[in-house]
Design a protein around this ligand. Structure first.
Ligand code: ZN
Length: 287
């Protein structure tokens, strides 16, 4: 999960240019919907992409053209190609995995074809977004998938790893870091259940733990040396977590989620006991 900047493109202008491109099969059909689509774009931004508030005004024929233009963007929609190429290597804003890999839709293009080529509806994402299929909202009114361009709460620290039965293979789960009174608790909890819990995050966290257990410096460089106290370890882990937040431009990338789990007091105590054994060879296994 990550809050990312709103794409800077002029979608209304691009749609007008697209509608006037007589070389495309969609000419002249798109011309009849320019006003409708442009006002839908403005409405989308005003409603901050809220799935139940966004209107769906185009017919099947126009929908087919728009989906086609998304799949093979003509030059009038160069921003789609640019967005695809510029974000693959960044943290997935939907689940927090370390690579996005593809460009996808927030409001799915089948249910919401009006926004099939709308830059503010196009989000970089990994496989997690196709796994959610058309899921957008839950049973209660406040349950919904978070929007990487509009939900500021994605910039807060929302989840951490939870390690239990500490040893070489601990039990790994996820824990929400927000109080029940958080104004967006239902949406955050729904997003985590619908997208993050279904991703490979728990396997990733288990794998990181396994590397940490075998050779601590592989995961936290500063743990290549022994530590003397829990306070010292706490400081090392906080520095590591803050550096990861900074590097990955957000607090909910999988590496920050891992280190936030290490910072839980029972884990700090457990790790300190192993990293402070007299005569321990630095960076040796924790077992
Ligand atoms: Zn993802």
């Amino acid at each position: 999960m990550n809050k990312i900047p709103l794409p800077p493109y002029d979608d209304a202008g691009a749609f007008l240019t697209l509608s006037n491109n007589h070389l495309l099969a969609s000419y002249p059909q798109l011309q009849a919907v320019v006003g409708t689509v442009q006002s839908s774009y403005a409405h989308y931004v005003a409603a901050r992409g809220a799935p139940l508030l966004v209107l769906q005004p185009v017919g099947d024929n126009v929908a087919k053209f728009l989906k086609g233009h998304y799949s093979s963007p003509p030059t009038d929609l160069a921003h789609i190609t640019e967005m695809r190429e510029s974000s693959e290597h960044l943290v997935c804003p939907m689940c927090g995995s370390m690579h996005s890999g593809t460009l996808d839709h927030y409001l799915p293009k089948n249910g919401f074809p009006t926004f099939a080529i709308f830059s503010k509806n196009l989000v970089p994402a990994c496989k997690c977004n196709s796994k959610r299929k058309e899921t957008l909202t839950g049973a209660s009114p406040n349950e919904r998938v978070l929007h990487p361009y509009f939900d500021e709460c994605l910039g807060e620290r929302l989840v951490r790893a939870q390690f239990d039965d500490l040893g070489d293979v601990p039990r790994v789960s996820l824990s929400l870091m927000i109080p029940n009174t958080h104004p967006h608790h239902s949406a955050i909890s729904f997003h985590v259940r619908s997208i993050v819990q279904r991703s490979a995050l728990r396997k990733y966290l288990a794998d990181r733990w396994s590397s940490l257990f075998r050779k601590p410096s592989l995961v936290v460089r500063a743990l290549g040396k022994n530590v003397a106290t829990a306070a010292e370890l706490d400081e090392i882990l906080e520095n590591e977590r803050d550096a990861l937040d900074d590097l990955h431009r957000g607090k909910n990338n999988w590496n920050s989620i891992f280190v936030s789990g290490l910072l839980q007091p029972p884990v700090v105590i457990w790790l300190t006991a192993r990293l402070s054994v007299p005569g321990r060879e630095p960076d040796s296994p924790l077992g």
